[in-house]
Design a protein around this ligand. Structure first.
Ligand code: FES
Ligand code: FES
Length: 125
């Protein structure tokens, strides 16, 4: 039911962990299944220079967050905000219908980390 790409990111997830003193942290929960995803970003000059994630959830959620972190690393904040769950699914070579919400979780966690960064950044300056 899963593509090779999904299995690869599930078995060998990229960018797993936490960033100490992250510039933005996003945490979202999925109401449908109770899974939780946390994304940490480090930002320099409006560019995401580092990103890590922790996901307590299913294989598709782990694969989605793994591929999403790869997609946003090195991107500007605006470029990262343009990433949608559809793009995450495409990057994974597809997801089963019942697992679409797992990719939505990745998009939401990403946005929430960026919102958090923007909030912190405004307070500092
Ligand atoms: Fe089973 Fe998310 S519903 S791991
Ligand atoms: Fe809930 Fe995947 S995130 S089943």
């Amino acid at each position: 039911m899963y593509t090779e790409k999904v299995m690869d990111h599930f078995m060998n997830p990229r960018n797993v962990g936490e960033i100490e003193n992250a510039d933005g942290v996003g945490e979202v929960g999925n109401a449908k299944c109770g899974d939780i995803m946390k994304i940490f970003i480090k930002v320099e000059d409006e560019r995401i220079v580092d990103v890590k994630f922790k996901t307590f959830g299913c294989g598709a959620a782990i694969a989605s967050s793994s591929v999403a972190t790869e997609m946003i690393k090195g991107k500007t904040i605006d470029e990262a905000l343009a990433i949608t769950n559809k793009m995450v699914i495409e990057a994974l070579g597809g997801l089963p219908d019942v697992k679409i919400h797992c990719s939505v979780l990745a998009e939401e966690a990403l946005r929430s980390a960026i919102e958090d960064y923007r909030k912190n950044h405004m307070q500092k300056s």
